[in-house]
Design a protein. Structure first.
Length: 349
């Protein structure tokens, strides 16, 4: 019987290996600090790096998409029997919890901007999502909690029963029916969030997401901006931001005083690949909220055009004149990294 199981496992593994890769994105190693200050829990099962994404890949294999995430460290099942006994954990329970929100039409405000209860982030209206994929070792319980708390999300979210772990233990994959997402489009955008499962959590607090609290303890992440009644800082450990944007700047842009979550943005892997940089100008003026560039409508700049400064910082054109553009920063801190005379290019489809 053991030989039969081994044979079946090899067939499944080969199916995943030989799938057609649609795209693959890399993410920096060592950024599993959320908004910048996260401290891992003290219990040894929370090994540094097990929530740290280093790549995200989507493949196509017959009637299934395969979503795969590679992490910096090996992902090991929770082996502590007291947890399994008290919380009825499956033998293959793993700590990473992954949400992937998919913008299928790239139309502003056409989908949801809120996320599953407990992430403490919203998605930008221009990246509003239509479908979601969740990696959860508690798939049946997760689906039940989601249906109870956010039934409109449950209908648009798939939580595969099986999470495949690669031979080197660093890659997690799930299979999603093509019928659920539809035919793949290069316009799709992906918001990828990694959190930690909290198997003791109830639907009244959040949906199985371990909170980031102000102080780390045996089972709590520290480094957050805790509040006795309500937390507004994100419970995200790692996130794949758009090109040239910084994770910690995006994630720390919440407003506790005005009770607002931070806004996160999707990545559009294939859209970004077909863009070309053209028309070179330079920075003429800088302030905290805007930058003036000697490029304008004569150079093809229009309102909401993306301009790239020094090949690193993306700004959005707001006021466009024939030979001048006033642009806004996507991230509020980026202005500190800009100097007069830096080269600017217009990103065109």
């Amino acid at each position: 019987m053991k030989k039969i199981y081994t044979f079946l496992f090899l067939i499944i593994l080969l199916q995943i290996i030989y799938a057609d890769i649609l795209f693959e994105l890399e993410d920096p190693s060592g950024d599993d600090y959320g908004a910048g200050n996260i401290v891992y829990p003290e219990h040894p099962m929370f090994e540094k790096g097990i929530f740290d994404i280093v790549s995200f890949k989507v493949s196509l294999e017959k009637d299934y998409y395969i979503f795969s995430l590679t992490f910096a460290k090996k992902i090991k099942p929770v082996e502590h029997h007291e947890f399994k006994y008290n919380y009825s954990l499956p033998d293959d329970f793993i700590l990473p919890l992954v949400h992937i929100y998919i913008d299928e039409d790239h139309i502003e405000e056409s989908g949801f901007v809120e996320t599953i209860f407990g992430t403490n982030v919203n998605i930008s209206p221009e990246n509003a999502w239509e479908r979601a994929v969740v990696f959860s070792s508690l798939s049946e319980r997760y689906r039940g909690a989601l249906k109870k708390k956010q039934p409109e999300f449950e209908k648009r979210t798939i939580i595969p029963e099986k999470i495949y772990v690669s031979k080197n233990k660093r890659e997690l994959s799930v299979k999603v029916p093509v019928s659920f997402l539809g035919e793949f489009s290069p316009d799709w955008g992906f918001t990828v969030l990694v959190m930690s499962h909290d198997f003791s959590q109830t639907v009244f607090k959040n949906i199985f997401i371990r909170e980031v609290k102000s102080t780390a303890s045996q089972f709590n992440f520290g480094g957050g901006d805790g509040d006795l009644f309500k937390n507004y800082d994100p419970n995200i450990i790692d996130y794949i931001p758009p090109l040239f944007q910084k994770q910690k700047i995006i994630l720390k842009d919440y407003d506790k005083e005005n009770r607002k979550f931070t806004t996160v943005y999707a990545v559009y892997p294939l859209v970004s690949q077909v863009k070309e940089q053209s028309v070179i100008g330079e920075v003429k003026q800088i302030s905290e909220d805007k930058v003036v560039i000697n490029l304008g409508s004569n150079n093809g700049v229009t309102e909401n055009s993306e301009l790239l400064i020094n090949s690193k910082i993306t700004v959005i054109a707001k006021d466009v004149f024939p030979e001048l553009t006033i642009a806004a920063f996507i991230n509020s801190e980026d202005w500190k990294d800009i100097e007069l005379g830096m080269k600017v290019t217009v990103l065109k489809e």
